[in-house]
Design a protein around this ligand. Structure first.
Ligand code: SF4
Ligand code: SF4
Ligand code: SF4
Length: 270
């Protein structure tokens, strides 16, 4: 059954849970910090589990489950399967949940190197972590069916409120395919590449943030994921012409969405 086919029969006040996996909590905090949107959301749904904000009921059955974070351990695998069984719709929130996030950078290292890092960062818990950690960090959709994705690092309260409203009012969710450059042009934002020789991944990144970074004269680092029209060869050639080394370019691609096809392939090529 498609996600849109499931858009029927929700109760007048559907229930919602927000679950955390491996993540920095930034998406949940972005949601909480936008207090107005959270209050509006609580008028539309009954929040049953949202540990960061108050209610705790990890095993509750809900209409909508929102997931922050990626899958790192065997315990995570069992949890996400249980949450999927307990929920009607599942929304992956943010880059960690949709593509593995920063923690998936360890997928690019070998096991011995990773063990050394663990020893340095968590000297007291080395054995436990070595036993629990899966070989690779993966996105939520690699383990369970995901009905909707909200991209960004972090997402905004507005995005989450918008997504839940679309669901409740049975509106087909739109996917943004244009690159961030489109917003710069529409809003008359000065291009940071042209004006300041500042590297910017806007030409290969999906729009949806209203060019938040270029607005403050900062280059885009690709947090909304790959644009449908991305031309990585042209992007790489531009970054090289600006003086970036192959390693610097690879690091730019292997960042927030390092496991997403497009960024991963372009980074691996350098
Ligand atoms: S997507 Fe970014 S802000 Fe959200 S939890 Fe992951 S690292 Fe934090
Ligand atoms: S600042 Fe970045 S996103 Fe904006 S037009 Fe220039 S390259 Fe594109
Ligand atoms: S400009 Fe790029 S990095 Fe900045 S918020 Fe938008 S998509 Fe994310």
């Amino acid at each position: 059954m498609s996600a849109q086919d499931k858009l029927s029969g929700l109760s007048s006040k559907p229930t919602l849970a927000v679950h955390k996996f491996s993540s920095c909590d930034g998406c949940q905090l972005a949601f909480i910090n936008d207090g107005v949107k959270l209050l509006k959301l609580s008028e539309l749904v009954e929040i049953r589990h949202f540990a960061e904000a108050g209610p705790v009921d990890e095993n509750c059955k809900v209409d909508i489950a929102i997931i922050e974070g990626s899958i790192n351990t065997q315990h995570d695998v069992h949890r996400i399967q249980r949450i999927r069984d307990n929920s009607r719709y599942l929304i992956a929130m943010g880059a960690c949940a949709t593509s593995g996030g920063i923690q998936a950078l360890r997928n690019n290292t070998n096991k011995a190197e990773f063990k050394e890092w663990i020893k340095e960062v968590y000297p007291q818990h080395t054995d436990v972590i070595a036993k629990e950690e899966l070989d690779t960090v993966k996105a939520i959709e690699d383990y369970v069916e995901v009905d909707f994705e909200v991209r960004g690092c972090p997402v905004s309260g507005e995005q989450m409120y918008h997504m839940v409203r679309q669901l409740l009012f049975k509106v087909e969710s739109e996917s943004i395919v244009d690159p961030v450059c489109t917003s710069c042009k529409h809003r008359g934002i000065t291009c940071v590449i042209v004006a300041y020789n500042e590297p910017c991944l806007g030409p290969v990144t999906a729009d949806g943030c209203d060019a938040l970074c270029p607005k403050i004269n900062r280059g885009c680092y690709g947090c909304y994921g790959v644009s449908k029209y991305a031309n990585f060869d042209a992007m790489t050639a531009k970054l090289k012409s600006m003086g970036l080394t192959d390693e610097q370019i690879a690091r730019k691609y292997h960042f927030i969405n390092n496991q997403q096809q497009g960024f991963k392939q372009a980074g691996d090529k350098q």
